[in-house]
Design a protein around this ligand. Sequence first.
Ligand code: ZN
Length: 194
Amino acid sequence: MPFVRHGDWVAPGDVLCVAEELAPGPGTYEDENGIIRAAISGEVRIDMINYTIEVRGKNAERRLLQPKETVYAEVVAMRNELAQVRVARTPEEALKARAYSGVIHISQLSRPAQSLYEAFRPGELLKVRVISGPPYQLTLKGPRLGVILAYCSVCGHPLQKVDGQLQCPNCGHVEERHLSPDYILKAGPPRKRR
Ligand SMILES: [Zn+2]
């Protein structure tokens, strides 16, 4: 499996795939370890008929994320101290395509934690700020930053924010995250009886 999807945005040096999977096309190069990387900033094009991958650089430079910009990140993989994310200017782009890769270190949480798992989990969506890059270093320190979409660790259903905490509308499980005030799924006002 390539590390990127068709339509993703990448920066120079970003890992695309290993050479056994796809042949390097324009805008890419193979490094000494057999890893194909982006040579330029641009959009990933994967050709599954000819098994090639390329990066198209048209208008790519002005699309690069800027330091201090508030952006959205999907958590792809994580350990206790470091998370690998896909990052873009909108939640939709972070989840589907046109995303860059980035990392979040445990020192960049909004409050201290023993593990990144106290703040968020794989597959979840975050509002973050760019520190530097590419490669993008991201932080959760700042107003309105944090988790904006999380999933139940018991049943996988999206969690709903109820009275400042996260609750599963499917199984009732309650969980904690480092939440953004802009969390997407909020419980509506209590219904009045007629
Ligand atoms: Zn649940």
